[in-house]
Design a binder for this molecule. Structure first.
Ligand code: AKG
Length: 417
């Protein structure tokens, strides 16, 4: 397992690397590396046995120069103020890289949802929504699902907000259930952009995705959808993992079958016909493409030295530490960064918000076509930027694009000296 880099320090290093190329001006560097504001709050709620409990929650609004703050809300015991600050920064750069009119935000509650009943989770979520109410709004800050949250939690937040505001405002949140104003294709969108990014990267490198071997670390929504779509594109998924361990089958796994096995047993481990291996063994398997799809810091500098894949497509946010990036760039391993590869989620969230504002629903086919257009255009811009600048990897190229767009918006608002 890798060492624990502070994700906020990782974000700041990534911005520094690119700011030198963009020549953003020393006066704005700190602005590009820090959130505009962070809510840190205690939520006290009633347990089912009548006792009271208090948990910590955060919402970071990183940058709103290009539009309303946008980003998910995660429930995880590892949530900290610094993690949420980093994740909100990655959202600001992600939205700029795919050129959707949003800034960046992120929130989280430091809980393991497995420790609570559905009724308790509803009370915690509604308490958080009440704290968020003055900060969020259809044109102000628009939360969405993230690790361990989904349509159910988004519907609770929307309902609490609308009740308190005495209004209807479906666009205050995205990732809702379809009948509550959700969009077709939103659940699959993050995994879909990972698969599209892998396809574009193989094409750029002059390689064939059909027949290529892939290992996917993390088998939540993003990882399992990416695995299924990569399989559809002809790749052979040879290994997958979750927090319990990993499984490896050199001749390939059936991603949908593994998903059913995980739903039935709670884990990918023990999948028939595959060998159990460790997560680190998966990350260093000799495959054509590695997809880290779990949490931050999955690969540090030491582990990066042993990575055998020569292409990494980041489905998670921040899975590689800056040390890992340096080692991989030195070894000519290309990394399609999170702020492009997993941007499908927020892109389809944007489509959901547009549909909500229009009070009009798109077909799944239209959503997927528009998503493909956004991701392939962003990939082309990324490669052009990488090839025409002295940057050492695709991540820095992505920040060059993102910082450029944010600084332009700041400038055009009349803020530039
Ligand atoms: C992410 O891309 O990390 C998100 O949190 C998705 C946010 C959204 O759908 O608005």
């Amino acid at each position: 397992m890798s060492s624990e880099a502070n994700p906020f320090e990782s974000l700041r290093e990534q911005v520094d690397d690119a700011a030198a190329v963009v020549d953003a001006g020393s006066g704005v560097i700190e602005r590009l590396k820090n959130p505009e504001r962070v809510l840190e709050t205690n939520l006290t709620f009633e347990r089912d046995d009548g006792s009271l409990e208090t948990v910590r929650a955060y919402r970071s609004q990183f940058n709103g120069d290009r539009g309303p703050y946008k980003g998910g809300i995660r429930y995880h015991p590892g949530v900290t103020r610094d993690e949420v600050k980093a994740l909100s920064g990655w959202m600001a750069y992600k939205c700029a890289v795919v050129d959707i009119p949003y800034g960046g935000g992120k929130g989280g509650i430091a809980i393991d949802p497995a420790d609570y009943s559905a009724d308790e989770l509803e009370r915690i979520t509604r308490a958080f929504a009440t704290e968020l109410r003055p900060l969020i709004g259809e044109d102000r800050d628009i939360p969405a699902p993230d690790v361990n949250t989904g349509q159910r939690e988004m519907n609770w937040i929307k309902d609490t907000y609308e009740t308190l505001e005495n209004t209807t405002a479906p666009g205050v949140i995205t990732g809702k259930a379809i009948d509550s104003g959700g969009s077709e294709g939103r659940v699959e969108a993050t995994g879909r952009s990972v698969a599209l990014s892998a396809r574009e990267a193989f094409d750029w490198l002059g390689r064939d995705l059909a027949g290529a071997t892939v290992a996917v670390q993390g088998y939540g929504n993003a990882g399992s959808v990416a695995a299924a779509l990569l399989d559809d594109l002809g790749a052979t998924v040879v290994a997958v993992s979750d927090s319990s361990g990993a499984v490896h089958a050199p001749d390939g796994l059936d991603p949908s079958d593994v998903k059913s096995h995980k739903s039935e047993t709670g884990s990918v481990t023990g999948y028939l016909g595959a060998d159990d291996i460790t997560n680190d063994e998966l990350l260093t398997l000799d495959v054509d493409c590695l997809v880290p799809a779990a949490l931050e810091n999955a690969v540090d500098g030491d582990l990066a030295a042993d990575v055998a894949a020569d292409l990494i497509v980041e489905a998670a946010n921040g899975p590689l530490t800056p040390d890992a990036d340096d080692v991989l760039a030195e070894r000519d391993v290309h990394v399609v960064p999170d702020i492009l590869a997993n941007a499908g989620g927020v892109t389809v969230s944007y489509f959901e918000w547009v549909q909500n504002r229009q009070r009009f629903s798109w077909t799944e086919e239209r959503v997927n076509e528009e998503l493909e257009r956004v991701i392939t255009a962003a990939f082309d811009t990324l490669v052009d930027t990488y090839e025409s600048n002295e940057v050492h990897n695709l991540r820095t190229a992505a920040y060059v694009v993102g910082i450029g767009r944010i600084v332009d918006a700041y400038d055009q608002a009349g803020n530039w000296p």
